[in-house]
Design a protein around this ligand. Structure first.
Ligand code: ADP
Length: 274
């Protein structure tokens, strides 16, 4: 297998037959998605890491009984990765559709996770799919493919990461409807932790209280704060028998910071609250 094939397989994930994923709606995102899907308007999910964006797309794909193709974008992700490329197979050179082309032809939902991380030519490649044309131009083949009526484009973006240098251009943003994801309220977040892990309600509530306490400590200047994902990880460790304090330290505190003083202060705080 060539390197390109390996990379393609590593960054692209196709989920067809899935069990229903658990998703707790936080605002009116389900309703917005339903209408955007009906009208085939691309959606941009904005928000910090671990706030349920990926889970939401998976859930919605399931609601519509649609295949979901996920591409985790990074700084090397190019339009070629998405559209496709020629590869050498034995004595032959064959064309292999990339995830975008596949989704456009088959009518799948394409989820570009962290789109701002990708190279600028990715945005150029999706332009004609995000307006009335709804078509994809494959320059290497010199053809234009009309999008299947069920094709839908979803992208995510973490406004916190970019700090000015990896923004999405306003002209691109305006091609999407945008939905904000934030941390759920304490009641909903407790329900998510319990559902995801089977941890008891009281212990889950304590984890959520810890998260909210740390989220409010803005003076610590953490680049990212406690996400629901970290709480789920802590709950899983507790459930599998790791002591509570150690679980919280390794799943919540340590991933947030390398600063020894902040680590100690947060550990002390969590030890009191768990
Ligand atoms: P993101 O894509 O925003 O980084 P994810 O969708 O991967 O975040 O969410 C991380 C984890 O948090 C999920 O695997 C799930 O366990 C949990 N989670 C967060 N929000 C929700 C929600 N609203 N409903 C159910 N699970 C959630």
């Amino acid at each position: 297998m060539s390197t390109t094939e390996t990379i393609k397989m590593a960054s692209e994930e196709v989920s067809e037959k899935r069990t229903i994923p658990f998703y707790k709606p936080i605002h009116r995102e389900v309703e917005v998605f339903e209408h955007a899907y009906k009208n085939k308007i691309p959606i941009l999910l904005k928000g910090p890491t671990g706030t349920g964006k990926t889970r939401f797309v998976d859930f919605m794909a399931h609601q519509f009984n649609q295949s979901l193709i996920t591409v985790s974008c990074h700084e090397e992700t190019s339009s070629t990765d998405l559209i496709g490329r020629y590869i050498i197979k034995g004595a032959e050179t064959i064309w292999v559709d990339g995830p975008l082309t596949k989704a456009v032809k088959e009518g799948a939902i394409l989820y570009l996770d962290e789109i701002a991380e990708a190279r600028p030519d990715v945005v150029v490649a999706i332009h004609s799919l995000t307006d009335h044309r709804k078509e994809l131009y494959i320059d290497k083949l010199g053809i234009t493919v009309k999008a299947h009526p069920d094709f839908m484009l979803v992208a995510s973006f973490n406004p916190g990461y970019q700090k000015g240098f990896k923004e999405i251009k306003p002209s691109t943003r305006q091609r999407f409807v945008a939905v904000s994801f934030q941390y759920p309220n304490a009641k909903d977040e407790t329900e998510i932790v319990v559902n995801e892990t089977g941890l008891d309600q009281d212990a889950a509530k304590k984890l959520v209280n810890i998260a909210n306490k740390i989220r409010n400590l803005t003076e610590l200047g953490l680049t990212e704060t406690v996400s629901t994902r970290l709480l789920v990880d802590a709950a899983l460790l507790i459930n599998s028998g790791l002591p509570k304090r150690l679980s919280v330290k390794v799943a919540i505190v340590e991933p947030l910071t390398d600063d020894l003083e902040i680590t100690q202060a947060l550990t002390d705080l969590c030890d009191l609250m768990i």
